[in-house]
Write a protein that binds this ligand. Structure first.
Ligand code: NI
Length: 196
């Protein structure tokens, strides 16, 4: 009886250790779906009307998330125009399930008014977001975006060096895929059609 109890305790101890080890391996390996990198997650920013916006405001909607700045001369507008073209290409019914979200990494110059005006150049429903430097830094960290202000010109203007990646997130705010600056409107439209 006593010996049976000892063996029982030993066996349950081994099972507990095995489960703990398995859980640790699973958690470190990225959880239930290892194909999804941990990109995105909770954020708090400010929209074009000066209102606080978080990831919860996009629940149930897919997002195309792009970090850039409104003074960007080339890459940002090109990527956003391509994304807008993809949304036009899939038709209004599918496009209504997606929000194109532009997040400024130049909050000093990109005030709410400016991001609002900028977003209006792209697909209808494009959301322009900015925030305090701390809010923007936190969001950029969550999406693993690099950005760095270049030395200013004599007139005080400056460029911002930044990663140019368009992220496609699903309706639960989870990463689906991403597009580099070379991605075409057709590439993006095809990925959206597969997802929606
Ligand atoms: Ni840019």
């Amino acid at each position: 009886m006593r010996r049976g109890l000892q063996i029982g305790l030993l066996v349950s101890g081994v099972i507990v250790c095995a489960l703990a080890g398995y859980w640790l391996w699973w958690a470190l390996d990225g959880g239930p779906d290892r194909s999804r990198p941990s990109v995105g997650g909770p954020f708090e920013l400010i929209d074009g009307d000066g209102r606080k916006v978080t990831e919860r405001d996009f629940e149930g909607r897919h997002m195309l998330v792009y970090f850039g700045y409104t003074f960007c001369p080339d890459v940002c507008p090109t990527t956003l125009f391509n994304a807008s073209g993809a949304l036009d290409g899939i038709g209004p019914a599918l496009a209504s399930k997606v929000r194109l979200v532009f997040i400024s990494i130049d909050p000093e110059r990109d005030t709410p008014d400016i991001v609002k005006e900028y977003a209006a150049h792209f697909h209808p429903g494009t959301v322009g977001l900015t925030g305090t430097p701390e809010q923007v830094a936190a969001a950029a960290r969550a999406w693993r975006i690099y950005y760095r202000k270049a030395a200013p010109e004599e007139d005080g203007s400056y460029l911002v060096d930044h990663s140019s990646i368009l992220f496609l997130m699903d309706g639960d705010g989870r990463y689906v895929t991403h597009f580099g600056h070379e991605a075409s409107t057709a590439d993006m439209a095809a990925a959206l059609k597969r997802l929606l």
